[in-house]
Design a binder for this molecule. Structure first.
Ligand SMILES: [Zn+2]
Length: 281
């Protein structure tokens, strides 16, 4: 991500330089299409109708290309809460590491009318919801293993990981017919956990997976298993060091027989349009 090349590997909607909130966040998409932004590291954003799902937003890691002159827009990899103030915004945090969690998200309170935080772990003695969220937003803590909750038209499920001695989750989020998976840094028994998720829904429309190649860690095996078990038309690699690493990951996924489209987004704020059931627009 050090280079700011805009590599249009798929569908990048250009010309959305409008400053209106709706244009910034992809209004005009019908119910069969979702807008997806890759921001940086594990920061991924999905717009489904009037809902905006924001995963692991942070402005600390992978910011090499951001300067004082960078426009504060989602298409440039930065969220300005004013631009999304008219949407139902759901902010998900998978775990407390600085490349996945940034207290800056709590500064959006008061700017967005319908704002909900979903925190994937229980913090003692006080949850992040209790510590950081006031009357202007809703906040849910998803403590415990394989937690589930319903909030604002979303059904949210977690699977759990503690390989770094802190609680971490991956999210499965269902909104109407759409199903989105965000891996965070989840690294547990994916065979058992994906069987559990498959019992909930056997299709995933948009999946964000750790794009780290090689077989030393099970990132590749996990992504391949996910693609095989669910009818996943779109895999978005994230959390890779550079484009070369991501391309190696894509090649290895393909070599394992996965036919799903695997994207290597590298430009901060790179935007894609995903069609339900697969295929671009
Ligand atoms: Zn991480």
């Amino acid at each position: 991500m050090r280079t700011a090349r805009r590599i249009l590997t798929y569908v990048l909607i250009a010309g959305l330089a409008s400053t209106t909130a709706s244009a910034q966040t992809g209004s005009g998409l019908d119910g069969d299409h979702a807008a997806v932004w890759y921001v940086r590291q594990a920061v991924c954003v999905v717009r489904l109708g009037d809902a905006l799902l924001v995963f692991d937003y942070q402005e600390a890691v992978g910011m090499d290309d951001v300067t004082a002159a960078t426009p504060r827009t989602l298409d440039h990899g930065l969220i300005n809460p004013e631009d999304i103030s008219d949407l139902d915004v759901f902010v998900f945090v998978t775990h407390a590491h600085g490349d996945h969690y940034d207290p800056v998200i709590f500064e959006w309170q008061g700017e967005i009318e319908n704002l909900t935080y979903v925190i994937g772990w229980e913090e003692q003695p006080q949850s992040h919801c209790e510590r950081f969220v006031g009357a202007d937003a809703d906040c849910l803590t998803m403590g415990g293993l394989r937690a589930t909750t319903k909030v604002g038209g979303l059904q949210v499920y977690t699977i759990d990981s503690d390989h770094n001695d802190i609680p971490e989750v991956a999210y499965l989020v269902r909104h109407d017919d759409w199903v989105v998976y965000h891996n965070g840094d989840y690294m547990a028994d994916h065979v058992a956990d994906y069987a559990y998720l498959k019992s909930i829904n056997d299709r995933i429309d948009v999946a964000f997976v750790s794009g780290l190649p090689g077989r030393r860690w099970p990132h590749l095996a996990r992504a391949v298993h996910l693609a095989r078990e669910f009818a996943v038309p779109e895999l978005f690699a994230m959390h890779f060091r550079d484009r070369e690493m991501c391309e190696t990951f894509v090649a290895e996924v393909a070599a394992d027989g996965v036919t799903a489209e695997v994207h290597c987004p590298t430009a901060p704020g790179q935007r894609f349009v995903v069609m339900k059931g697969g295929g671009g627009q």
